[in-house]
Design a protein around this ligand. Structure first.
Ligand SMILES: NC(=O)c1ccc[n+]([C@@H]2O[C@H](COP(=O)([O-])OP(=O)(O)OC[C@H]3O[C@@H](n4cnc5c(N)ncnc54)[C@H](O)[C@@H]3O)[C@@H](O)[C@H]2O)c1
Ligand SMILES: O=c1ccn([C@@H]2O[C@H](COP(=O)(O)OP(=O)(O)O[C@H]3OC[C@@H](O)[C@H](O)[C@H]3O)[C@@H](O)[C@H]2O)c(=O)[nH]1
Length: 348
């Protein structure tokens, strides 16, 4: 029988899982697939999911930007499996939940092979929706604030349709994620798949790749190496930074809650890139200088989530401020860069 969901969309009932999953001989564990689970957010999500001993976690990842190192504490664990797999190829497994994160997230990586980025977003999401349909799993897509493009509304609510250049150098990611959201809703309406869509805003924390290219990881690595902080012009562009533990909490609440989304998950604290550089300098290395460098095309000028929906529907809001989160990330970067606790000399 058809039912109406929170978005007023009439859907088919969700497909059911295989009879074996419900048999009395089957383990009652929740079997969870995390695509892109060897990456930054994915590996923190895996840590949290593995804390629950009723969860079995399967990670599939092609290791383009992720690494086995991020998951080393779980390799060999009886409730954990790591599979090298590219989501542009089909994947079959009996699972109850799919967290679909696989996609390079840093602009330098997603622009590196834009056709592959589109394939990952479109074919990869189709493959995961096909799997969800086949086994009756609930699927969550990590979409992005980039679906709002260079936003003409501020802060951004989920009702805003965005201002995206369809043919620019960022389009492979922005439009790829927009199509991925469309596919999610079409599978929901046409096949009754249980979907959840998170629109993630800039997230930072330990395990980001040191040469990831994203602003927080760049500034922290530069401050620790005593190199100038590279503020891309004009420097007055804004972002709102969410600490990764808050993000993971929001994603799990969304997956296990009733609302399909899309829901913004991010920290509304908004900073210009100059303010971010000044904060990193003050907290990590007051000796470094700030250097203005060229920007890349279509860089959004402002970005800040309206999280009214997340607060109301998920009972979620971020707890970690930027000033609390940066030192936690500094510690991780120090260890990975092999630096002692002593502040480094400035190189200009
Ligand atoms: N971190 C952020 O600020 C942010 C903001 C918005 C949305 N997101 C979304 O969250 C997700 C995770 O982002 P992240 O910051 O952890 O990035 P990340 O680059 O650290 O992780 C992405 C993971 O996906 C894997 N991957 C990429 N292409 C793949 C493919 N074709 N097949 C299998 N695995 C593949 C990578 O190897 C990596 O492990 C992404 O979907 C990203 O778009 C992140
Ligand atoms: O060294 C740097 C790097 C970046 N920047 C600036 O910092 C801002 C943020 O840039 P980032 O590369 O960290 O990230 P962006 O906000 O552009 O994109 C991100 O947003 C949402 C996610 O989906 C993705 O993880 C990523 O695309 C931009 O204005 C950029 O110009 C610097 O000033 N200096």
């Amino acid at each position: 029988m058809a039912t109406a969901n929170g978005n007023g969309v009439t859907t088919k009932p969700p497909p059911s899982s295989s009879p074996l999953r419900n048999s009395k001989y089957c383990q009652s564990n929740m079997r969870i697939l995390v695509t892109g689970g060897a990456g930054f957010i994915g590996s923190h999500l895996v840590d949290k999911l593995m804390e629950n001993d009723k969860n079995e976690v399967i990670v599939v990842d092609n290791f383009f930007t992720g690494s086995k190192d991020n998951l080393r504490r779980w390799i060999g664990h009886p409730r954990f499996e790591l599979i090298r797999h590219d989501v542009t190829e089909t994947f079959l497994a009996e699972v109850d939940r799919i967290y679909h994160l696989a996609c390079p997230a840093s602009p330098i990586f997603y622009k590196h092979n834009p056709v592959k980025t589109i394939k990952t977003n479109v074919i990869g999401t189709l493959n995961m929706l096909g799997l969800a349909k086949r086994v009756g799993a609930r699927i969550l897509l990590t979409s992005t604030s980039e679906v709002y493009g260079d936003p003409l509304e501020h802060p951004q609510t989920e009702e805003y349709w965005g201002n995206v250049n369809p043919i620019g150098v960022r389009s492979c990611y922005d439009e790829g994620k927009r199509v991925a959201e469309t596919l999610m809703f079409d599978y929901h309406r046409q096949h009754g798949i249980e979907i959840r869509i998170a629109r993630i805003f800039n997230t930072y924390g330990p395990r980001m790749n040191i040469d990831d290219g994203r602003v927080v990881s760049n500034f922290i690595a530069q401050a620790l190496r005593g190199e100038p902080l590279t503020v891309q012009l004009p420097g007055t562009q804004t972002r709102s930074f969410c600490y990764v533990s808050d993000m993971v909490d929001g994603l799990i609440r969304l997956m296990e809650g009733d609302n399909i989304g899309p829901i913004n998950i991010g920290n509304p604290g908004e900073f210009t890139m100059i303010e971010l550089a000044e904060t990193v300098k003050e907290l990590i290395n007051p000796e470094v200088t700030v250097k203005r460098v060229e920007n890349t095309p279509d860089d959004p000028r402002q970005r800040k989530p309206d999280i009214t929906k997340a607060k109301k529907l998920l009972g979620w809001e971020p707890k970690v401020s930027l000033r609390q989160g940066l030192p936690l990330m500094e510690e991780d970067f120090r260890q990975r860069l092999g630096l002692s606790e002593n502040k480094v000399e400035a190189k200009v």
